[in-house]
Design a binder for this molecule. Structure first.
Ligand SMILES: [Zn+2]
Length: 245
């Protein structure tokens, strides 16, 4: 991992995130999850929030994404427990990348809860491709995490990472968000683009980072979402999540 300074991105403020993936056996620059105890992993996470990453004084504002697969591996459970312990100490925001199975987000929240994590400070990302059944989504919403639809701009017939998933299009994502708002979960919804490849950038023919504001918000309004409910999703909810307790 290379840490970039604000100068590298033209003075734009960035929120530094740190991730751990039990499966890929990597801890942001540290060789192996397996070689660390849960307490050792917690110390790494806490240090990167309080003091800095990779020998710099650039501190992480968020723990995550914490990557999980399905079924959950033992090393992933250890990372989740370490994350919970760090979150208890710091009151910091956490974001989780669930496995590609609709039971995975439930299992992750249970694991975090048992380890004492604050679920109200936790984002479950990639719900677009993870929980497709409406009743199961509403069941999951009851658990109290943030509910993130973050594949806006990704519309594909064959979702190569999991071909049996009917990946929703942007309009279907909007319908899911409207359902959650109508069911009283407007304070929990988050949206993002998950841009991590060049072809998603405008320079290479993609939608770019303005896609949600330019193209999606007007469609949300056309489909009955009010400006206050959109402001909650785009401004209030991220602000609350990113604030340390
Ligand atoms: Zn992810």
């Amino acid at each position: 991992m290379r840490v970039r300074s604000e100068d590298d991105v033209g003075g734009i403020g960035m929120d530094m995130k740190m991730g751990m993936a039990g499966r890929s056996d990597e801890v942001a620059g540290v060789s192996s999850v397996r070689n660390h105890s849960s307490n050792g992993l917690t110390d790494i996470l806490v240090n990167e929030v309080l003091h800095g990453v990779d020998g710099t004084d650039i501190k992480c504002g968020v723990i995550g994404e914490i990557g999980c697969s399905w079924p959950m591996m033992e090393s992933e459970r250890k990372v989740l427990q370490a994350t919970a312990a760090a979150q208890i100490q710091l009151g910091c925001p956490v974001i989780i990348h669930p496995g590609r199975n609709s039971d995975s987000p439930f299992h992750i929240i249970r694991t975090l809860q048992e380890a004492g994590a604050d679920i109200s400070k936790t984002v479950m990302s990639h719900l677009d491709r993870t929980i497709l059944e409406q009743h199961k989504l509403l069941e999951f919403a009851k658990l109290g995490s943030y509910l993130e639809y973050d594949l806006f701009g990704t519309e594909m017939l064959n979702y190569a990472l999991c071909p049996e998933v009917d990946l929703p299009c942007d309009i279907e994502r909007i319908h899911r968000i409207r359902l959650l708002v109508e069911e009283g979960y407007g304070d929990n919804v988050l949206m993002a683009h998950d841009i991590h490849t060049k072809n998603r950038l405008t320079k290479y023919g993609g939608h770019g980072y303005s896609h949600i504001l330019t193209n999606i918000v007007p469609e949300m309004k056309r489909r009955g979402l009010t400006q206050p409910s959109i402001d909650k999703i785009l401004v209030d909810n991220p602000k609350r999540w990113l604030t340390f307790k």
